[in-house]
Design a protein around this ligand. Structure first.
Ligand code: ADP
Length: 244
């Protein structure tokens, strides 16, 4: 899962960067998507990955999470735990016969292995992640029965249960009502304050504007990086979102 390939220099060389990538290209068989991206993810901060549908946000998160292998370029991580990845809600089968608690417990499989019993430490990590997301009382419910906002909180709890200091989320607030959105945004802000580095792909410009750093993607290319004020200018937004 953890993509820290030996050709890259040792992790400790990164200063004030949790992840750095250089000339990173990636995609799917016969379908190049990301082209020569170079950027850094600041530590202990919220980075928003912004761009239209199909611009490559999920693919970049997949590469950072280690589930998609880059075809070229460099990817380096500062010292810390392997990233925890919360995929898009739609990518997780709603019909899987899993309870909310079992879903969160899957976050511990990386530590424990698929067929080993969960230890007390695992159960404590699961309990505290569920408490933190306000889903402790939903533990016995089937995932498919939950509302979109509840399901999203369960998935974030699964990420949190991994107890990583690097949390990657794919559109955690998309499709939710404003209250659920605000709740998740506030939670992510708290996680950063508590020492987590958060990267979220988002369509929500309010969430992006409140992030510490922004990466703007269009057509698999990085067309802006820096503070939200620097990156999310009216000109840049018009360029990527207005019909041609
Ligand atoms: P975003 O998250 O910004 O919507 P994605 O990274 O999901 O963008 O997609 C970027 C491009 O990669 C799109 O053109 C999409 O169709 C393509 N793509 C995404 N997943 C796959 C896949 N599993 N196989 C082939 N192409 C894919």
């Amino acid at each position: 899962m953890f993509n820290n390939n030996p050709p890259f220099p040792p992790a400790t060389e990164l200063r004030n960067e949790r992840v750095r990538f250089q000339r990173l290209s990636a995609g799917y068989p016969g379908r190049p998507v990301l082209h020569q991206l170079s950027a850094a993810i600041p530590p202990l901060a919220m980075t928003a990955l912004v761009g239209p549908n199909g611009s490559g946000k999920s693919t970049l998160l997949g590469v950072l999470a280690g589930v998609i292998t880059a075809t070229s370029g460099q990817l380096r991580y500062a010292e810390g735990s392997p990233p925890a990845f919360v995929p898009q809600r739609g990518a997780v089968g709603d019909t899987l016969p899993l309870t909310a608690r079992q879903t969160v417990e899957m976050g511990r499989w990386g530590q424990r292995g698929l067929w080993r019993r969960l230890t007390r430490t695992d159960r404590t990590a699961v309990d505290s992640a569920m408490e933190r997301l306000g889903v402790a009382d939903l533990g016995a419910r089937q995932l498919g029965e939950l509302s979109g906002g509840q399901r999203q909180r369960v998935l974030i709890a699964q990420g949190l249960a991994q107890q990583s200091d690097l949390l990657l989320l794919d559109e955690p607030t998309t499709g939710l009502d404003p209250e659920a959105r605000e709740r998740i945004t506030a939670l992510l802000t708290d996680l950063v304050a508590d020492g987590t580095t958060v990267v979220q792909a988002t369509h929500d410009l309010d969430a992006a504007r409140s992030a510490d750093a922004c990466l703007l993607l269009a057509d698999g290319r990085l067309i802006g990086q820096g503070s939200p004020e620097e990156v999310l200018t009216p000109e840049a937004l018009a360029r990527i979102w207005q019909p041609a």
